[in-house]
Design a protein around this ligand. Structure first.
Ligand code: C5J
Length: 220
């Protein structure tokens, strides 16, 4: 079994049976003019991790391991967006409103695209998710079952919202989860630090964390 040094202890996975899940590296969260910025956040913190996420994706591709991308987005008629989610935040723009990159958090709009630097390639699954967790109302579980994968590496944004929610969903479904510490980010550095700490607390109650440079040598 390959072993990746991590906290709170080494992360082991069956050779060849590891997938990367890249959460919501989309223009709406990472670029100015999207949903994240409309809520008053400084998106430059998130932009900074793009090269590290790209390095991690390249490592998985080179090793022939699955890379799965997610996008948070809703149908054009917003029938999959609970009114409570739309009302939340009281930002300058809300879900479904027209912004500089099209309608905010709506599937098919330019702002909903994954950023070009991390664009999926042919054969990589892209999961459109209406919620924070990537398992809720999506085919992610089926895709992982078909791939025979039970060990997951996570990257993406934001650490304490969609990344953490998905890791917790994965836990309840029996997956072993490793979070790439420097390939995830929050608009709030203290929330990122707290999330990393709570994931690996109590002997890894949610999973493991480690930097990208520690993961890469163990993928081949
Ligand atoms: C949020 C996400 N923050 N991708 N979504 O609403 O974390």
């Amino acid at each position: 079994m390959p072993i990746i040094p991590a906290q709170p202890y080494a992360f082991e996975f069956p050779a060849g049976k590891l997938a990367l899940i890249v959460i919501d590296m989309q223009r709406d969260f990472v670029e100015p003019g999207g949903f994240g910025a409309a809520l008053g956040n400084d998106v430059s913190l998130l932009t900074a991790i793009i090269p590290t996420v790209a390095e991690l994706i390249a490592g998985f591709r080179k090793a022939g391991l699955p890379v799965i991308h997610t996008r948070e987005g809703h149908r054009a008629d917003l029938s999959d967006c609970p009114p409570s989610k739309r009302a939340r935040g009281k930002g300058s723009l809300t879900i479904g409103d027209s912004g500089p990159m099209g309608r905010i958090l709506v599937d098919g709009e330019p702002g909903n695209d994954i950023i070009p630097e991390l664009a999926p390639i042919a054969g990589e699954a892209v999961i459109l998710k209406p919620g924070k967790g990537a398992f809720y109302a999506t085919p992610l579980g089926d895709i992982l079952r078909r791939a025979g994968v039970n060990h997951l590496v996570f990257a993406g944004v934001t650490t304490e919202v969609c990344v953490q929610t998905t890791m917790r969903e994965a836990n309840d479904r029996g997956y072993e989860c490793l979070l790439a510490e420097d390939a995830t980010e929050s608009y709030f550095p203290e929330f990122k630090a707290a999330t990393l700490a709570m994931i690996r607390a109590q002997g890894g109650i949610v999973g493991w964390t480690t930097p990208v440079k520690t993961i890469l040598p163990h993928l081949a």
